[in-house]
Ligand binder design. Structure first.
Ligand code: C5P
Length: 219
Protein backbone atom coordinates (compact mmCIF):
# COMPACT_ATOMS: atom_id res chain seq x y z
CA UNK A 1 0.00 0.00 0.00
CA UNK A 2 1.29 3.43 -0.96
CA UNK A 3 0.15 5.96 1.63
CA UNK A 4 0.45 9.71 1.34
CA UNK A 5 0.34 11.94 4.40
CA UNK A 6 -1.45 15.27 4.56
CA UNK A 7 -0.36 17.55 7.39
CA UNK A 8 -2.77 20.36 8.30
CA UNK A 9 -0.44 23.18 9.32
CA UNK A 10 -2.29 26.32 8.24
CA UNK A 11 -3.70 27.32 11.63
CA UNK A 12 -2.74 30.55 13.34
CA UNK A 13 -2.16 29.15 16.82
CA UNK A 14 -3.67 32.16 18.59
CA UNK A 15 -4.40 30.10 21.71
CA UNK A 16 -0.69 29.28 22.03
CA UNK A 17 0.04 32.99 22.26
CA UNK A 18 3.05 32.80 19.92
CA UNK A 19 3.83 35.45 17.31
CA UNK A 20 4.47 32.63 14.80
CA UNK A 21 1.98 30.26 13.15
CA UNK A 22 1.64 27.36 15.62
CA UNK A 23 3.20 24.86 13.23
CA UNK A 24 6.45 26.89 13.20
CA UNK A 25 6.72 27.19 16.97
CA UNK A 26 9.88 25.35 18.06
CA UNK A 27 9.88 22.21 20.18
CA UNK A 28 13.42 21.39 21.33
CA UNK A 29 14.64 23.73 18.61
CA UNK A 30 12.66 22.25 15.68
CA UNK A 31 9.32 23.52 14.32
CA UNK A 32 6.29 21.47 15.41
CA UNK A 33 5.45 20.73 11.78
CA UNK A 34 8.88 19.14 11.15
CA UNK A 35 8.26 16.72 14.05
CA UNK A 36 4.81 15.88 12.69
CA UNK A 37 6.09 15.22 9.17
CA UNK A 38 8.83 12.98 10.58
CA UNK A 39 6.29 11.04 12.68
CA UNK A 40 4.32 10.14 9.54
CA UNK A 41 7.43 9.13 7.60
CA UNK A 42 8.80 7.07 10.52
CA UNK A 43 5.47 5.23 10.75
CA UNK A 44 5.48 4.11 7.12
CA UNK A 45 3.93 6.92 5.08
CA UNK A 46 5.71 7.24 1.72
CA UNK A 47 5.38 10.98 1.11
CA UNK A 48 3.84 14.05 2.66
CA UNK A 49 1.96 17.16 1.51
CA UNK A 50 1.69 20.02 4.01
CA UNK A 51 -1.06 22.69 4.00
CA UNK A 52 0.49 25.97 5.13
CA UNK A 53 -0.70 29.56 5.64
CA UNK A 54 -0.29 31.17 2.20
CA UNK A 55 1.35 34.31 3.57
CA UNK A 56 3.98 32.28 5.48
CA UNK A 57 4.96 29.95 2.66
CA UNK A 58 8.61 31.05 2.53
CA UNK A 59 9.13 30.31 6.22
CA UNK A 60 7.62 26.84 5.77
CA UNK A 61 9.88 26.18 2.77
CA UNK A 62 12.84 26.88 5.04
CA UNK A 63 11.45 24.68 7.84
CA UNK A 64 10.61 21.78 5.51
CA UNK A 65 13.18 21.61 2.72
CA UNK A 66 12.08 19.33 -0.12
CA UNK A 67 8.55 18.79 1.25
CA UNK A 68 5.55 19.49 -1.00
CA UNK A 69 3.56 22.49 0.28
CA UNK A 70 0.11 23.78 -0.65
CA UNK A 71 -1.69 26.93 0.44
CA UNK A 72 -4.20 26.11 3.18
CA UNK A 73 -7.56 27.80 3.74
CA UNK A 74 -9.46 29.72 6.38
CA UNK A 75 -10.59 26.54 8.18
CA UNK A 76 -9.01 23.14 8.79
CA UNK A 77 -11.60 21.62 6.45
CA UNK A 78 -10.57 24.03 3.67
CA UNK A 79 -6.87 23.32 4.30
CA UNK A 80 -7.31 19.53 4.05
CA UNK A 81 -9.48 19.96 0.96
CA UNK A 82 -6.70 21.97 -0.71
CA UNK A 83 -4.03 19.41 0.17
CA UNK A 84 -6.22 16.55 -0.98
CA UNK A 85 -6.64 18.04 -4.42
CA UNK A 86 -2.88 18.61 -4.62
CA UNK A 87 -2.33 14.97 -3.60
CA UNK A 88 -4.84 13.49 -6.06
CA UNK A 89 -2.16 11.72 -8.07
CA UNK A 90 -0.52 10.09 -5.05
CA UNK A 91 -1.24 6.91 -3.15
CA UNK A 92 -4.16 4.58 -2.58
CA UNK A 93 -4.36 5.59 1.08
CA UNK A 94 -4.28 9.00 2.74
CA UNK A 95 -3.35 9.77 6.35
CA UNK A 96 -4.41 13.20 7.56
CA UNK A 97 -2.43 14.51 10.51
CA UNK A 98 -2.41 17.69 12.62
CA UNK A 99 0.87 19.61 12.66
CA UNK A 100 -0.06 20.27 16.29
CA UNK A 101 0.59 16.60 17.28
CA UNK A 102 4.39 16.55 16.95
CA UNK A 103 5.20 13.64 19.27
CA UNK A 104 2.87 11.07 17.74
CA UNK A 105 4.71 7.75 18.08
CA UNK A 106 5.37 5.89 14.80
CA UNK A 107 3.45 2.90 16.24
CA UNK A 108 0.22 4.91 16.07
CA UNK A 109 0.84 5.65 12.39
CA UNK A 110 1.66 1.97 11.81
CA UNK A 111 -1.58 0.86 13.53
CA UNK A 112 -3.62 3.14 11.26
CA UNK A 113 -1.81 1.83 8.18
CA UNK A 114 -2.32 -1.79 9.28
CA UNK A 115 -6.08 -1.25 9.67
CA UNK A 116 -6.25 0.23 6.15
CA UNK A 117 -4.23 -2.71 4.85
CA UNK A 118 -6.76 -4.98 6.54
CA UNK A 119 -9.59 -3.42 4.50
CA UNK A 120 -10.86 -0.50 6.63
CA UNK A 121 -12.01 2.49 4.53
CA UNK A 122 -11.61 4.90 7.44
CA UNK A 123 -9.73 4.52 10.73
CA UNK A 124 -8.92 6.86 13.61
CA UNK A 125 -6.73 6.51 16.72
CA UNK A 126 -8.72 7.02 19.92
CA UNK A 127 -8.26 7.16 23.68
CA UNK A 128 -10.76 6.44 26.44
CA UNK A 129 -12.44 9.25 28.35
CA UNK A 130 -11.39 9.02 31.98
CA UNK A 131 -13.17 12.04 33.46
CA UNK A 132 -16.87 12.19 34.16
CA UNK A 133 -18.19 14.04 31.10
CA UNK A 134 -21.29 16.21 31.16
CA UNK A 135 -23.44 18.38 28.90
CA UNK A 136 -24.33 21.91 30.04
CA UNK A 137 -26.89 24.53 29.02
CA UNK A 138 -26.13 28.11 27.94
CA UNK A 139 -25.71 29.11 31.61
CA UNK A 140 -23.19 26.36 32.29
CA UNK A 141 -25.64 24.31 34.34
CA UNK A 142 -25.32 20.57 33.90
CA UNK A 143 -28.13 19.03 31.87
CA UNK A 144 -26.87 15.46 32.08
CA UNK A 145 -23.88 13.15 32.26
CA UNK A 146 -22.65 11.32 29.15
CA UNK A 147 -21.89 7.60 29.41
CA UNK A 148 -18.09 7.82 29.28
CA UNK A 149 -17.59 4.12 28.50
CA UNK A 150 -19.14 4.85 25.09
CA UNK A 151 -17.02 7.98 24.48
CA UNK A 152 -13.57 8.28 22.93
CA UNK A 153 -11.14 11.16 22.36
CA UNK A 154 -10.13 11.22 18.71
CA UNK A 155 -6.55 11.87 17.60
CA UNK A 156 -4.68 11.95 14.31
CA UNK A 157 -3.35 10.65 11.96
CA UNK A 158 -6.69 9.54 10.57
CA UNK A 159 -6.41 7.08 7.69
CA UNK A 160 -8.63 6.66 4.66
CA UNK A 161 -8.96 4.80 1.46
CA UNK A 162 -8.12 7.69 -0.91
CA UNK A 163 -11.20 7.31 -3.16
CA UNK A 164 -13.46 7.32 -0.09
CA UNK A 165 -11.94 10.52 1.31
CA UNK A 166 -12.03 12.25 -2.09
CA UNK A 167 -15.70 11.31 -2.52
CA UNK A 168 -16.59 12.50 0.99
CA UNK A 169 -14.90 15.89 0.49
CA UNK A 170 -16.55 16.13 -2.95
CA UNK A 171 -19.98 15.70 -1.37
CA UNK A 172 -19.32 18.05 1.56
CA UNK A 173 -21.13 21.38 1.00
CA UNK A 174 -18.77 24.27 0.21
CA UNK A 175 -18.10 26.22 3.38
CA UNK A 176 -18.92 23.31 5.70
CA UNK A 177 -16.55 23.21 8.66
CA UNK A 178 -15.88 19.98 10.54
CA UNK A 179 -13.18 19.53 13.16
CA UNK A 180 -11.75 16.31 11.71
CA UNK A 181 -11.79 14.12 8.62
CA UNK A 182 -13.56 11.15 10.18
CA UNK A 183 -16.59 13.44 10.51
CA UNK A 184 -16.36 14.16 6.78
CA UNK A 185 -16.48 10.49 5.75
CA UNK A 186 -19.03 9.70 8.48
CA UNK A 187 -21.29 12.33 6.88
CA UNK A 188 -21.60 10.13 3.77
CA UNK A 189 -22.29 7.00 5.81
CA UNK A 190 -18.86 5.35 5.75
CA UNK A 191 -18.13 3.33 8.91
CA UNK A 192 -15.09 4.66 10.78
CA UNK A 193 -13.03 2.09 12.66
CA UNK A 194 -10.86 2.85 15.67
CA UNK A 195 -7.39 1.76 16.79
CA UNK A 196 -5.55 2.60 20.00
CA UNK A 197 -4.19 6.13 20.14
CA UNK A 198 -1.43 7.30 22.48
CA UNK A 199 -1.26 10.06 25.11
CA UNK A 200 2.04 11.18 23.55
CA UNK A 201 0.09 12.16 20.41
CA UNK A 202 -1.67 14.91 22.39
CA UNK A 203 -2.49 18.10 20.50
CA UNK A 204 -0.56 21.21 21.39
CA UNK A 205 -3.09 23.99 21.88
CA UNK A 206 -2.05 26.13 24.86
CA UNK A 207 1.37 27.02 26.34
CA UNK A 208 1.08 24.31 29.00
CA UNK A 209 0.84 21.63 26.28
CA UNK A 210 4.08 22.89 24.76
CA UNK A 211 5.83 22.83 28.13
CA UNK A 212 4.73 19.20 28.62
CA UNK A 213 5.98 18.27 25.16
CA UNK A 214 9.38 19.88 25.95
CA UNK A 215 9.59 17.69 29.06
CA UNK A 216 8.64 14.61 27.03
CA UNK A 217 11.41 15.27 24.50
CA UNK A 218 14.06 16.00 27.09
CA UNK A 219 13.11 12.86 29.06
O1 C5P B 1 -6.98 24.77 15.80
P1 C5P B 1 -6.67 23.32 15.95
O2 C5P B 1 -5.53 23.05 16.91
O3 C5P B 1 -7.86 22.45 16.17
O4 C5P B 1 -6.10 22.88 14.51
C1 C5P B 1 -5.80 21.56 14.22
C2 C5P B 1 -4.83 21.51 13.06
O5 C5P B 1 -5.45 22.06 11.90
C3 C5P B 1 -3.56 22.32 13.34
O6 C5P B 1 -2.43 21.53 13.04
C4 C5P B 1 -3.71 23.52 12.42
O7 C5P B 1 -2.49 24.02 11.90
C5 C5P B 1 -4.59 22.99 11.29
N1 C5P B 1 -5.37 24.05 10.63
C6 C5P B 1 -5.23 24.26 9.25
N2 C5P B 1 -5.92 25.28 8.63
C7 C5P B 1 -6.71 26.11 9.35
C8 C5P B 1 -6.88 25.91 10.75
C9 C5P B 1 -6.21 24.86 11.37
O8 C5P B 1 -4.49 23.52 8.60
N3 C5P B 1 -7.32 27.11 8.71
Amino acid sequence: MHAVGIVAAAGSGLRLGADLPKALVPLAGRPLVAWSVDALLAGGVAEVVVAVPAEQRAAFETALPGVRLVDGGATRTASVRAALSAAHDLGDAVLVHDAARPLTPPEVVARVLAALDGGARAVVPVLPVVDTTVAVDADGVITGALPREQLRRVQTPQGFDRATLVEAYGRLPAGAELTDDAAVVHSIGVPVRTVAGDERAAKITVAHDLALAEKQVRG
